[in-house]
Write a protein of this length. Structure first.
Length: 789
């Protein structure tokens, strides 16, 4: 009972006036409250982890307030909403967002150290690499720029595997990241939708009209978990809604009736496996049923949620394209095209014509791929079995598309079959990229070079048909994570010299630093910051690998997923060459050598043998070099295990030189380079992906660019490229082959990939110019031009 005469709303205001406050006192009270009542420990005795939990929960409370306000505001305004659909988000740890200083003060009075508690938090590693981290940076920017945006994805119980190294070999361990709970998410037991699989399609009549009815064979429940994402310097707090699979209540009633109670329960439990595990990126999981089910599961739940939100306000679908934008992050969520069509046709009973008219206005598609063989395909049989109604719809879309195409280009059957959504052949496939292009109003590339390749190679036919659909937005990274959070000293320096913090919202303001570039005070402070970060990195290296490194050495870093096209092998062969040179020098010559710490890190896809051999080679070479007294501090090689967002935040600020050395035409964009660059680290790079635009921005004279250009690659491949390899290359490969670093048999296949006329990624033909660029780097270091003195 409420007090007589008072409305419910009045009472609400009385009970909860205003927002939670961010002063250290209020924070302290909240932290203790959570220790006592949520974590359920005595406030007189709790440890670091419990303090971390209570702190996060207190910050979360504040996020929830902002989140509610944001939702309410947009509900009233009813703007067009942007829905970002992605199977991967690599958020990293979240605790750093927001009110760091106040929290630190609150904690120190309670006897805890903020930085220590922050270390308690693991990464939310719900993604593989660049694509997934790009999604995270985009969410941060959308929130900061006050967009009414939502992210939708899957709440995997196992994120990307943890990499452990035993005897130099990679082993994968499950990342059961929810073991200790996730204080940042909000479980929404009431936001849940049934998702259907398998079964058959029947004809039916509704209101005198013929229609299709899908009778599913399995139903799984999707439950929402919300992850609030605050913008910087604004109250706008958007939502990343991740779906988890739960057994559905209506599940398999038949088995219960037939008395097979135990088996029915076991089968129910199987439903949960859909959202269990993130697929490690091998770019070719064609024909995996679980992958298809994961994709449809998150897409179906998201669309039900989006349609429900739309229908809350709108009586019919006429305004749907004015209120809903669906952004496809690669082809992974592209089944949403067929699913939206199915909802409009079969559930909302709109005509085909009307549904199609709506559909083609709402989707935009970003592709992240260069290689045609990496484009997703789904075997028709698999599709037919898992999503029978969707296959019908795709056939119908394709039929209409083929008719339209024939009218435009005539009976050019070779081209028609190339462009068809359905691939004919021994195994029939659905080409998911073709479906995405046909049904999206925009096809987006991730760098200018990538866009050019899309137009001239990957999607040439489609570009010629619909040039107006194609565009690019060069990838970017957020300075809020990659400077403010990961490099607080540099952040303070920049704000001091610019006299403002506005660059944290608007990155263009950083160009004003140019005015001070030659100021020797700034240069000294800058070098101090780099020293601090190198110190931090050196300590980490020592704990992880036992190798002591000199802070006076150049820290030369390549961290990213291990892949042949990214050419970590080129890097290692370069290190071997450097080692070989030092070994063959006179003692007096050695004094002139620029000392280097070569740092490599990254995960190999579990099934990718060559990538795993590259990791082992790195360890084998390191073992030899790091224990050679002739070399000492002149050269060290270290592999940093389990590279992830947290490790990146430590490694990147401490780097002097970083390598982005993919064979030209293979990296769609690359985003690592940008993170290094904004931390004052120079780039040694090929003219691939976004590097081309970085060259224009900062000038080739400020970088170490080498290697064949994109347009030279085909001709080099034509030639037997091992014949293009210089003697130094032959020599270092021979050292590996002959067992100089041990494991002779094991490295044979790896050596074979770059010799005997194979060398697809052209390590041999780029080797001389690679060494030259490295040499140039040494020379600049000697002149103090790398920011060292
Ligand atoms: O060049 C990068 C790009 O910077 C590209 O390789 C990467 O996306 C980044 C962001 O645009 C990418 N990841 C995937 N495809 N391209 C991928 C494919 C399958 C599964 C997971 C990720």
């Amino acid at each position: 009972g409420f007090v007589a005469g008072k409305s419910k709303t009045d009472r609400m205001f009385e009970l909860m006036d205003g927002f939670l406050k961010n002063d250290p006192d209020s924070l302290q009270k909240d932290i203790l409250h959570h220790v006592e009542y949520t974590v359920a420990r005595s406030r007189f005795s709790f440890d670091d982890f419990e303090a971390y939990q209570a702190l996060s929960l207190s910050v979360r409370d504040r996020l929830i307030e902002r989140w509610h306000d944001t939702q309410q505001y947009f509900k009233k305004k009813d703007p067009k909403r942007l829905y970002f659909l992605s199977l991967e988000f690599l958020m990293g740890n979240v605790i750093n967002l927001g009110i760091r200083d106040q929290c630190a003060e609150a904690l120190s009075q309670l006897g805890f150290e903020y930085e220590v508690l922050a270390e308690q938090e693991g990464d939310a590693a719900l993604g593989n690499g660049g694509l997934a981290r790009l999604s995270a940076c985009q969410m941060d920017s959308l929130a900061t720029l006050d967009y009414p945006a939502w992210g939708y994805g899957l709440r995997y119980q196992y994120g990307l595997f943890r990499q452990i190294i035993l005897d130099g070999f990679q082993h994968e361990q499950p990342d059961y990241w929810l073991n200790f709970g996730n204080p940042w998410e909000i479980e929404r037991v009431h936001v849940s939708y049934p998702v259907k699989f398998y079964g058959t399609v029947k004809e039916d009549t509704v209101n005198g009209k013929k229609c299709k009815v899908w009778i599913p064979g399995e139903t799984v429940e999707a439950v929402a978990y919300d992850n609030p994402i605050p913008g910087y310097g604004t109250r706008n707090t958007i939502n990343l809604r991740l779906w988890a699979a739960k057994p559905s209540d209506g599940y398999d009633i038949e088995s219960y009736n037939t008395g097979d109670y135990i088996n029915a329960i076991v089968n129910r439990q199987k439903a949960e496996t859909i959202s269990n595990v993130l697929y490690p990126d091998d770019r070719t999981y064609q024909g995996k049923e679980l992958r298809l089910k994961q994709q449809y599961f998150f897409v179906s739940a998201s669309l039900q949620d989006i349609v429900r939100r739309f229908k809350d306000v709108h009586g019919n679908f006429d305004d749907f394209p004015d209120k809903v934008a669906l952004q496809l992050n690669d082809t992974h969520p592209s089944i949403s095209i067929a699913e939206l069509m199915r909802v409009l046709l079969d559930e909302e009973h709109l005509s085909w014509k009307k549904s199609w008219h709506i559909l083609k206005q709402v989707f935009s598609f970003t592709t992240h791929t260069v290689l045609p063989e990496a484009l997703e395909k789904v075997p028709i049989d698999l599709f037919q079995n898992v999503l029978p109604r969707h296959l019908q719809i795709i056939y119908e879309i394709n039929f209409a598309f083929m008719e339209e195409l024939k009218r435009k280009i005539g009976q050019d059957y070779v081209r028609l079959s190339r462009m068809s959504i359905v691939e004919e052949g021994a195994v029939k496939n659905i080409r998911v990229a073709n479906l995405s292009i046909v049904c999206s109003h925009t096809v987006n590339g991730v760098s200018r070079a990538h866009y050019e390749l899309l137009k001239t190679r990957v999607f040439k036919d489609f570009y010629e048909l619909w040039p107006e659909k194609f565009q690019y937005k060069t990838n970017g990274v957020t300075q809020r994570r990659w400077i403010v959070v990961s490099n607080p000293s540099l952040c303070a320096l920049i704000s001091k010299w610019l006299g403002t913090e506005s660059w944290i919202r608007d990155i263009d303001i950083l160009t004003r630093l140019r005015e001070h570039a030659s100021n020797s005070d700034l240069q000294k402070e800058w070098m101090m910051v780099k020293k601090i970060n190198k110190q931090r990195l050196a300590e980490y290296i020592e704990t992880m690998s036992g190798v002591k490194v000199s802070l006076d050495a150049m820290f030369d870093v390549q961290v990213k997923r291990i892949h042949e096209y990214k050419r970590q092998l080129l890097n290692i062969l370069g290190v071997i060459h450097r080692y070989d040179c030092i070994k063959n020098m006179e003692k007096t010559e050695r004094e002139k050598v620029v000392p280097r710490v070569c740092i490599i890190g990254g995960k190999a896809p579990p099934g990718y043998e060559i990538a795993k051999k590259i990791i082992k080679l790195c360890h084998a070479v390191a073992e030899t070099i790091n224990n050679d007294d002739d070399v000492g501090d002149l050269l060290k090689l270290v592999f940093i295990p389990d590279y992830n967002v947290s490790v990146a935040e430590l490694v990147i600020p401490g780097s002097d030189l970083s390598q982005h050395i993919s064979t030209a035409g293979h990296e769609a964009s690359g985003t690592g380079s940008m993170k290094f660059l904004m931390n004052g680290c120079l780039l040694l790079a090929t003219a691939d992906g976004s590097t081309n635009e970085i060259i224009e921005e900062i000038g080739e004279e400020n970088m170490f660019i080498f290697g064949a250009k994109i347009n030279e690659i085909p001709a080099l491949r034509e030639k037997d490229s091992s014949n293009n390899a210089p003697l130094q290359f032959v020599r270092v490969v021979r050292m590996v082959r002959d067992g100089y670093f041990g494991f002779k048999d094991y490295f044979k296949l790896l050596c074979d990939t770059v010799e005997n006329g194979k060398d697809f990624y052209l390590l041999g033909s780029d080797f001389a110019s690679y060494l030259e660029a490295q040499f140039h780097g040494d020379a600049c270091w000697q002149n103090g031009m790398l920011g060292n003195t």
